[in-house]
Design a protein around this ligand. Structure first.
Ligand code: ADP
Ligand code: MG
Length: 594
């Protein structure tokens, strides 16, 4: 019985299956591979999915939903023609559609599937994805990370090559960067990083704003509908610039026509900020993997925004050497899920490959001073089960509370809270009672937390609360306001805040060894702050500064400074390659795709 692979995308979804010795994309009823992830419900209660639904985004926007993948695992509800749907229900309609297309194509019933999700998806989002599968009548055998799927597809195609690769997944609203080590039949994801709020939509917005400035329109003063019109036109202009040298962007607002001629250079100028932000996750992934930029010898391009020649040129510029750019950005993830389906079927034609994955975020508990104590470090290989021992801090303490967090800040409460575990301990001296906390995290993103009181052997298990429970802007403001009211503690004094921020920033980009050192130092500094003795704090500050200087120096070796001179990258890239007017042909697909 066939297992199908599904790339359940924010914008488009695709199915694949292992057949005739390779991963094949599954065509839908229109003979196309991409099915828009859009659902529409008519007044009569008929449900439309895909291309038809996408048309209804324009004619019946109220009863049509898109980009719901972003809200998987949250309580968001969609009201379409009087019916209420959760994001996973909407996703299940898309999955069901792909299941039906697969059944038509294969001529058999399909009940088993592999579904890909972004590497940064949390437990709740992965659970919701599995539920969506169940609702669609599919047993999701495995959730696979999108970058891993892309790497798998490439390794299947070029099995003889050993490579250290960067998977650069640049979609509509997210950028995901992974470092993957491929050799023989092992695909080892060694680090992942990303920006959940950077993607094609940011190019659209940047182009829209630039257009308005040049046409003497105030973008922020436009009505939401007019803003949407300008953004839509900006996206079309951006997409056409991937194939054409010059594109005239035209918009009609209140019977007035506006236009501006765009070329690659103007596109780069308009979206300078987007390019600057792209560097951050690249650096983070490299340092997380302790890999230097010039050691990367294969770039795998994934996601619609990688169709942009200027994005390819940008990467090429910073790589400073010839690198194979692989991947058909729109289909490679789906093809990888198809390969994985082949492996699951134990199909003799698929090279048996071992796929390891890493945990995309740090999981830990809070300890005194609101410090994050990591139990499972980001980029640990999965599955993993790790424990740490904690002790009571007060005499006569009978309960120890552990808050479980996910995130990269050394300040526990800045991270996402996943749940809370209370463990009972016998009345005893401070430090006398020890509690073993064990985290078990598997490749499907299920986190189990166990706490055992060592002296009594009593065990507690955690029930995870909704991890999507982010604070709203108002809540954050409220908390900030509350902080303002407090008397200024040394912790709030500027120089100390600045130093701790520097510490946190370094922590976020660091590898495991550096992080351990930083946690120790930060804890010591917090301890000094609590003493509230200015001399001690001053000495502590000097010490911490020295440590940070040397750690920063140490980290430098892993990443050449790619943020320097980013403003002029485009001019430099053109000069380097001696290109000017006809660069459009040059960096077309033939040149960069080997
Ligand atoms: P997601 O993974 O978020 O569902 P996709 O990988 O499908 O997203 O990418 C969608 C984004 O890619 C959109 O912002 C779209 O404008 C952009 N895009 C698609 N094709 C092109 C193209 N040829 N040139 C430039 N941008 C493109
Ligand atoms: Mg994608």
């Amino acid at each position: 019985m066939a297992i199908i692979g599904i790339d359940l995308g924010t914008t488009n979804s695709l199915g694949a299956v292992w057949r005739n010795g390779k991963s094949e994309l599954i065509p839908n009823v229109f003979g196309e591979y991409l099915t828009p992830s859009v659902v529409s419900v008519s007044e009569e209660g008929e449900i439309y999915v895909g291309k038809v639904a996408r048309e209804r985004l324009i004619i019946d926007p109220e009863n049509t939903a898109s980009i719901f993948k972003r809200f998987m695992g949250t309580n968001k509800k969609y009201n379409l023609s009087g019916n209420t749907y959760a994001p996973e229900e909407l996703s299940s309609f898309v999955l069901r559609k792909i299941k039906e297309d697969a059944e038509n194509y294969l001529g058999e019933t399909v009940t088993e599937a592999i579904v890909s999700v972004p590497a940064y998806f949390s437990n709740a989002q992965r659970d919701a994805t599995k539920r969506a599968g169940e609702l669609a009548g599919l047993n999701v055998q495995r959730i696979i990370n999108e970058p891993s799927a892309a790497a798998l597809a490439c390794q299947q195609e070029y099995p003889e090559e050993e490579a250290l690769e960067m998977v650069f997944d640049f979609g509509g609203g997210t950028l995901d960067v992974s470092i993957v080590d491929c050799f023989e039949n092992v695909i080892d994801v060694i680090a992942v990083s990303g920006d959940n709020h950077l993607g094609g939509h940011d190019f659209d917005l940047a182009v829209a704003r630039f257009f308005c400035r040049r046409c003497a329109l105030a973008y922020d003063s436009l009505s939401p509908t007019d803003q949407a019109i300008v953004r839509k036109s900006a996206e079309q202009c951006k997409i056409r610039l991937s194939a054409e040298e010059k594109v005239e962007m035209q918009v009609t607002l209140s019977d007035k026509n506006y236009s501006l001629l765009f070329d690659a250079e103007l596109l780069v100028q308009a979206s300078a900020e987007v390019f600057e932000r792209m560097v951050v996750p690249i650096k983070q992934a490299l340092t997380g993997a302790a890999v230097k930029w010039n050691e990367i010898n294969r770039m795998i391009l994934v996601g619609g925004s990688c169709n942009m020649p200027v994005v390819r040129l940008y990467l090429q510029h910073f790589l400073k050497k010839e690198v194979a750019f692989l991947g058909s950005p729109d289909t490679i993830v789906a093809l990888g899920t198809g390969v994985y389906a082949g492996i699951k079927e134990r199909n003799a034609q698929v090279k048996d490959m071992l796929l390891t994955d890493v945990c995309p975020f740090t999981l830990g508990v809070d300890i005194v001073h609101n410090v994050m104590s990591p139990v499972i470090e980001r980029n640990s290989a999965l599955p993993i089960s790790k424990s740490r021992i904690y002790q009571t801090i007060r005499s006569g303490q009978t309960v120890v509370e552990f808050n479980v967090y996910q995130g990269e800040s050394p300040v526990a409460s800045d991270n996402i809270k996943l749940g809370r575990l209370s463990v009972k301990v016998p009345d005893n001296e401070a430090g006398a009672e020890k509690i073993l906390i064990r985290f078990t995290y598997d490749i499907n993103g299920i986190l189990e937390v166990n706490g055992t009181t060592i002296s009594t052997g009593e065990e507690k298990q955690l029930v995870i609360v909704d991890p999507q429970n982010h604070m709203s802007r108002e809540q954050i403001q409220k908390r900030l306001d509350a902080l303002q009211q407090l008397k200024i503690h040394p912790r709030q004094q500027e120089e100390n805040v600045w130093l701790m921020d520097r510490c946190k920033a370094l922590y976020m980009q660091s590898s495991l060894d550096v992080r351990e050192k930083l946690t120790q130092e930060l804890q010591y500094f917090e301890y000094l702050l609590d003493k509230q003795d200015p001399m001690m704090i001053k000495r502590g500050r000097r010490r911490l500064e020295k440590v940070l200087d040397s750690l920063e120096e140490y980290m430098k070796q892993f990443s050449v400074d790619i943020s320097e001179g980013t403003a002029n990258w485009y001019q430099e890239a053109l000069e380097e390659e001696n290109l000017d007017s006809d660069f459009a042909d040059w960096f077309g697909k033939e040149h960069l795709t080997s």
